[in-house]
Each structure stands twice: as C-alpha cells, then as structure tokens.
Design a protein around this ligand. Sequence first.
Ligand code: NAP
Length: 259
Amino acid sequence: MKCMSDLLKGKNILIMGVRNKWSIARGIAEAAWREGANLIFTYQGDREKESLLKVTAGMGEIEAYPCDVTNDEAIDLLFSNIKEKHGVLHGLVHAIAYAKSEDLQDSFLNTSRDGFMLAMDVSCYSLVAVSRRALPLMTEGGSIVTLTYRGSVKAMQGYNVMGVAKAALEASVRYMALEMGPKNIRVNALSAGPIKTMSGKGVQNFSDILSVVEERSPLKRNVTLEDLGGTAVYLLSGLSSGLTGEVIYIDCGYNNVGL
Ligand code: NAP
C-alpha cells in the first residue's frame, strides 16, 4: 500500500538506523514511505547494506550511503552526497544507539571510561554531529527526530550507561531545538516503550520488561512499529509545526501509571 494522504510528499528524509526488519527505523521508514517521502538510508558496512536492501525491498529502488557515526569523515561524505544529489533535506531520523554488552550486564558503577565514552559518542554525540551537517541542507525548514527511552529519567536495572546517554540525548534535543528553531528546524525525541529489536534484546531481563508493560500499561499491550511510525510521521510532517524540543512518550501510557 503506497500513499495514505501524502503527508510527506516531496520531502527528502534521511533515515539512520535500519538494522533489520525489527528495527524501529524500519517501521518509521515504511510509514514515511507510505506518506510519499523520498527516503535516503545509511548503513554501517557491506553486511548491513545487504540486510537494509532486503528489508526495504517493498519500497522500490532505494538510495543508501555508508556511515559509521563515530567517523567524522564518513558523516561529511554522507552529507556531501546528499547535497550533490538533492540539495535540500527536510527530515532526519536518528535511530542509533550502542553500548558494550558488559556495560549493560554488570553494575553501573563498574562502567569503564571507554565504555562510557563509546555509549555517549554513538548514542548521543552522533545526533549533534549529524544535525550540524544537516543544518545547511535544511533550507526549507526541517524536522529532526531521535529515539530515546524512559531509562533517561528513571533508574532501571541493567539500562545503566545507556540511561545516562539517553538523558544527555534528551538535553541535546532541547539545546538543538533552541538553536535551530529560528531556521524553522524542529528537534524532538520519541520515547518508545520497550520493543523487541537487536538493541532491545541487549538489555537484561528484556522479556520481563515487556511483560510488565503489557500487564500494567493503560492500553494493556506493548508498542508496535506501526505506533512508532505513525508518531514519527506526525513529527516529520507539518501536522506538528508548532512542536519542538519535546520528548514524546509512545509507550501505551505506561509512563503515566504509578504502581
Ligand atoms: P536496532 O534495530 O538494533 O537499531 C540500532 C541501530 O544503531 C542499528 O541500525 C545499528 O547499525 C545502529 N548503530 C549502532 N552503532 C552505530 C554506528 N557506530 N554508526 C552507525 N550506526 C550505528 O535497535 P532499535 O531498538 O531499533 O534502536 C533504534 C533506537 O531506538 C535506538 O536509539 C534505541 O536506543 C532506541 N530505543 C529502543 C527501544 C527498544 O526497546 N528497542 C526503546 C526505546 C528507544 P548496525 O546495524 O550497522 O549495527
């Protein structure tokens, strides 16, 4: 099924973070594609490119560039390719995070210096790094969307350094919104409830977390890629034109429940 109502028709949107069919970025890409967006993807290496091509097969011929977000030259090359091909960028979806598995198993106090820096670099600084390069291409205004989790504001067993990185990511969203707002570029974070992806499965007792949310959330279920895709389309489109610097919870209402 292609266009529903063309909410993103004619918009060039960069999607970073499609690893496989379970990826949140895959759900967002599909929803944006249905709304008529021109999608540009990134991948890390050749193996990831193959997987990207497989999961986007239904979206026609796709445009994709390699980009490891810890590498400034790779980011520069990505944006110079986009500038050359499109001139203008309207949207950016940043669905990227990484922490060493030992830093999500052991105690938070035992986080190593390099594990801490790596998690902050990939999961937080990368948003700043890519948005700075996107800015000169967003000449018609723009919308930047990143993904966060409630472990940024509550201490959650096993989320550890990633919770700290997400707190910094959410603060970055507010600072970037302030600085980019005068150019009509909006920056928001979508705080997703737990969802089974490769990254999600790296978190200790992940299936227990899913069960608790299903049992206690007002909607009595976990979020789906369609839930997240729909909200991302809203954030990327003119429907959310007055909204910036926000963290929006899409978690079936779980964050609003006490016990
Ligand atoms: P995912 O499918 O594993 O996606 C994570 C993506 O990050 C992958 O595409 C991975 O690329 C990319 N990545 C990691 N290091 C990178 C680097 N150095 N350069 C470029 N890309 C890199 O998992 P996901 O759950 O959809 O995660 C997307 C976002 O949602 C993350 O920010 C995550 O924290 C957030 N989130 C997830 C949940 C959840 O429960 N799953 C909940 C709330 C928020 P490769 O495939 O090349 O490694």
